[in-house]
Design a binder for this molecule. Structure first.
Ligand SMILES: NC(=O)c1ccc[n+]([C@@H]2O[C@H](COP(=O)([O-])OP(=O)(O)OC[C@H]3O[C@@H](n4cnc5c(N)ncnc54)[C@H](OP(=O)(O)O)[C@@H]3O)[C@@H](O)[C@H]2O)c1
Length: 363
C-alpha cells in the first residue's frame, strides 16, 4: 500500500468536503487504487496544522467541525494559545515539508487565492504532484500560466464544470488528435439560477438577492455577476485546446455597470433595483421570440465571448449546465457534457479523482 503525503491549501467548502471524502472513502480508495492519502498539513488563510506522520481521522473530523464554524484549522489558535504567532508563508511550508523528507507528496490548492504560482512552481521543483480547484493560476498571463498546461504533474479537473469530467474529456480529444474547433457552455450554476428566476418574471434585483440568500453567490455577488469567473473557465479550456489566450481575447459582459463597482456590498444590493427595467426589457424581447436568456461562454478561432444570449426556450440546453466541444470528428453534432456540475461535494470528488490520477502517473 502506497502512502501519499498530502499538503492541503484551503479548508473552505471544497477543502472540508475533500477531507470528508478522504476519511469516508479510505478503505474503498485504498482497495481500488492501492494507496492511502495521508494528510500531513492543512493550511487556511491565517493558520496551519502540520503533522509529518499524518493527521488522524479524529483530528481531521475536529478540523472539519472547526472550519464549519469559520474557526482556524490550528487547534492551538482555537484554544487561545499562540495567537500572535504568524504561520509560515505558503512557500515556507513546502520547504518545511521538503526538509522533513516528504517525497512524492501531492499539493492541493482549493483556495480561491491570487498569487499561488510560487507554491505550484516550488511543488513541481520538488517533484510533488499538484491538484487545483483554484482557477486563478491557470488564468493569469499566458507567459506565467503556459507551463502549467499539459504538465504531467498537474491536474485541474474541478476548475471547470464543478466535477463533471470536462477536462478529462478535453484531454482525451487532444490525445487522439481531434482538433477543437469551438467550445460553448453554461459554466456558472449561480448565473444559471439567476437566469431561471428571470424566466419566471422575477426582477433581476430579487433574483440576485435570492441567489445570495441561498449561498449560491460569492459573499460579494459582483464576483459572479461580473462574468470573470466564467471567463477564467472558458480561458482554461481554450488554452488547453491550443489557443494562447489572454484576457483581451475574451469579451465579457458584466451584468452590472462599472459605476456600481465601488459600492459596499449592501449599497450594491440596494442599487441593483435600477437594473431591473433594462433587464426586464431584454427578458421580454427574448420571450416574445420564443427564447430565454442564458449566460453563455463561447470560444472559436481563439476569440471568446461571455455574456447573456437568447437561446430557444424549447432547447434541451436551456436548462442544462453543459459544455460542448465541436471538433473535427464531432463537427455536425458537438460532443456534449451536461448534468448537475455544481456544489462542493462534486468539486471535491473531482479533486480526489485528480489525486488518484497523479498517484497512477507517478507509479
Ligand atoms: N464551491 C464550489 O462549488 C466550487 C466549484 C468549482 C471550483 N471551485 C473553486 O474551488 C476553490 C475553493 O472554493 P471554496 O468554495 O471552498 O472557497 P472558500 O470556501 O472561500 O475557501 C477558501 C479557503 O482557502 C483558504 N485560503 C485563502 N487564502 C489562502 C492561502 N494563501 N493559503 C492557504 N489557504 C488560503 C481560506 O482560508 P480561511 O478559511 O481562513 O478563510 C479558505 O479556507 C475556489 O478557487 C473556487 O473557485 C469551487
Amino acid at each position: 500500500m502506497k502512502e501519499i503525503p498530502v499538503i492541503l491549501f484551503g479548508a473552505g467548502g471544497v477543502g472540508q468536503a475533500l477531507l470528508q471524502l478522504i476519511v469516508n472513502g479510505r478503505s474503498r480508495v485504498a482497495e481500488r487504487n492501492q494507496c492511502r492519502f495521508n494528510i500531513v498539513a492543512i493550511i487556511d488563510s491565517k493558520t496551519w496544522v502540520w503533522q509529518p506522520e499524518g493527521l488522524t481521522d479524529a483530528q481531521l473530523h475536529d478540523i472539519i467541525a472547526a472550519k464549519k464554524h469559520h474557526l482556524p484549522v490550528d487547534p492551538a489558535w482555537r484554544q487561545e494559545k499562540l495567537r500572535d504567532q504568524k504561520r509560515p508563508s505558503d512557500t515556507e511550508i513546502l520547504e518545511i515539508a521538503h526538509q522533513a523528507g516528504l517525497k512524492q507528496a501531492i499539493v492541493v490548492d482549493v483556495t480561491a487565492a491570487n498569487g499561488m504560482e510560487p507554491v505550484i512552481d516550488q511543488a513541481l521543483e520538488l517533484g510533488y504532484g499538484v491538484a487545483l480547484a483554484n482557477k486563478k493560476p491557470l488564468a493569469g498571463p499566458w507567459q506565467t500560466a503556459q507551463k502549467y498546461f499539459n504538465h504531467p504533474l498537474i491536474r485541474h479537473e474541478s476548475t471547470v464544470g464543478g466535477g463533471q469530467p470536462v477536462i478529462a474529456t478535453l484531454r482525451y480529444l487532444l490525445d487522439v488528435n481531434d482538433p477543437i474547433l469551438e467550445i460553448e457552455g453554461q459554466l456558472s450554476g449561480t448565473l444559471g439560477y439567476i437566469c431561471a428566476r428571470l424566466d419566471e418574471g422575477v426582477p433581476f434585483s430579487q433574483a440576485v438577492a435570492a441567489a445570495k440568500a441561498l449561498g449560491y453567490t460569492e459573499p460579494d455577488p459582483r464576483d459572479d455577476l461580473g462574468g470573470k469567473d466564467v471567463m477564467r473557465k472558458i480561458m482554461i479550456l481554450g488554452r488547453m485546446a491550443g489557443w494562447p489566450l489572454e484576457e483581451t481575447d475574451i469579451e465579457v459582459e458584466s451584468l452590472y455597470p462599472s459605476a456600481l463597482a465601488h459600492l459596499s456590498v449592501t449599497e450594491f444590493m440596494a442599487a441593483t433595483i435600477a437594473l431591473d427595467p433594462p433587464m426586464r426589457e431584454r427578458v421580454e424581447t427574448a420571450v416574445s421570440q420564443g427564447n430565454v436568456l442564458r449566460y453563455i461562454a463561447h470560444l472559436e478561432k481563439g476569440h471568446g465571448k461571455v455574456g447573456l444570449q437568447p437561446i430557444p426556450a424549447q432547447s434541451p440546453l436551456a436548462n442544462l449546465k453543459y459544455i460542448s466541444f465541436r471538433t473535427a470528428c464531432y463537427n455536425d453534432e458537438p460532443l456534449l457534457i451536461g448534468g448537475k456540475g455544481a456544489g462542493v461535494e462534486m468539486t471535491a470528488a473531482g479533486v480526489l479523482g485528480d489525486m488518484i490520477d497523479l498517484v497512477r502517473e507517478t507509479r
